[in-house]
Design a protein around this ligand. Structure first.
Ligand code: DGY
Length: 340
């Protein structure tokens, strides 16, 4: 008997538990070898599947969405950030877009704290020495870093992840937290984070600056050469948001000329490319976009994407709409998209 269930194409391998749920509920096409899809594969998916479960590695541009015939009615994104999807084009075509907010907040905040500690305490540098068999033994002046305890953390973008970082940093490390967000964040007061009225004001006061805003046209190169120069000498920059929020070349200059104490990055402008000049620096920690990479979180993200697909095909309200089905404008325009 032909399978009457909706066809769902999944662009990357997902945790087994998630793939089992998808196989139970849909006529699912899995990506067995987990290769990132090419433009042709994406277009084939859009032409032949009712729903696409996609990830940050899929560039779903207006050009891709212009395929004919277009069969896909929903793009269920596995992730909270959706800057890789042209949501205006999706909205015009009436394609629903969903994401997975909430379930990756703590994991991403936890990795942010890990990055901050690693760069301040030169942990990556120390590990490289041990792994290379170059450690000569303990020394009183070896690998001296900086403490985070009691220092000032500046947060740019006080959405869910920014607030979780603020909570962990103030409660766990006794840090003073200040932040800039384009709209007021009453929930930040409860965790003792103090607002500032501009990005510059945060940069001027912070020993550590952590970025938690989404990638939008307004935040492209938000941290540019001028703003890097406005950071305190010796300060550290942490980025677990999106690579293009920082002008990477300007950041490399600020690290090479010694203005910044260091940088800890989980995201890059042209992933998976990481510039050679950045990789050569000792005062940087470089991770491969793994903010949400815990078993618990990736399962929760997958189940959320599956729940969005199920609601769509049942004609029910979407749990996590970015673009609702059939509407001609994104549900979360401008200001709201700065609050992840
Ligand atoms: C997210 O959820 O945005 C992660 O960066 C993976 O896309």
């Amino acid at each position: 008997m032909p399978d009457a269930r909706p066809v769902v194409a999944v662009t990357r391998s997902l945790p087994t538990e998630v793939e089992q749920v998808l196989a139970r509920d849909f006529a699912v096409r899995l990506n067995e070898d987990d290769h990132p899809w090419s433009a042709e594969e994406l277009e084939h998916g859009l032409r032949t599947a009712d729903g696409l479960l996609c990830t940050v590695t899929d560039q779903i541009t207006a050009e891709r969405l212009a395929v004919q015939p277009l069969r896909t009615g929903i793009l269920a994104n596995f992730g909270v950030g959706f800057n890789h999807i042209d949501i205006e084009a999706a909205a015009v075509l009436g394609i629903a877009v969903t994401n997975t907010p909430g379930v990756l907040t703590d994991a991403t905040a936890e990795l942010t704290i890990a990055l901050m500690l690693m760069v301040a305490r030169r942990a990556g540098q120390g590990e490289r020495i041990v792994r290379a068999g170059k450690w000569q033994g303990w020394g009183p002046t070896d690998l001296l870093g900086r403490t985070t305890i009691g220092r000032t953390l500046g947060i740019i973008g006080m959405g869910r992840i920014g607030r979780a970082v603020a909570r962990m940093a103030s409660r766990g490390l006794g840090m003073s937290v200040i932040y800039f967000n384009p709209s007021p964040v009453p929930a930040a007061e409860a965790i003792g984070a103090e607002p500032r009225d501009s990005v510059e004001a945060v940069l001027a006061e912070s020993d550590f600056v952590s970025l938690h805003c989404p990638s939008t046209p307004a935040t492209h190169h938000l941290i540019d050469a001028d703003r890097l120069a406005a950071m305190q000498p010796g300060a550290y920059l942490i980025n677990t948001a999106r690579g293009d929020v920082v002008d990477e070349s300007a950041l490399i200059n600020a690290l090479e000329n010694g203005h910044l104490g260091g940088a800890a990055l989980d995201v890059y402008e042209a992933e998976p490319e990481v510039p050679q000049r950045l990789r050569q620096l000792e005062n940087v920690v470089l991770l491969p976009h793994m903010g949400s990479a815990t078993v618990e979180t990736r399962v929760a993200m997958g189940l959320k994407a599956a729940a969005n697909l199920a609601a769509f095909f049942r004609g029910e309200p979407l749990p996590d709409p970015v673009v609702a089905p059939g509407v001609s404008a994104p549900l979360r325009p401008g200001a709201d998209r700065t609050r992840r």
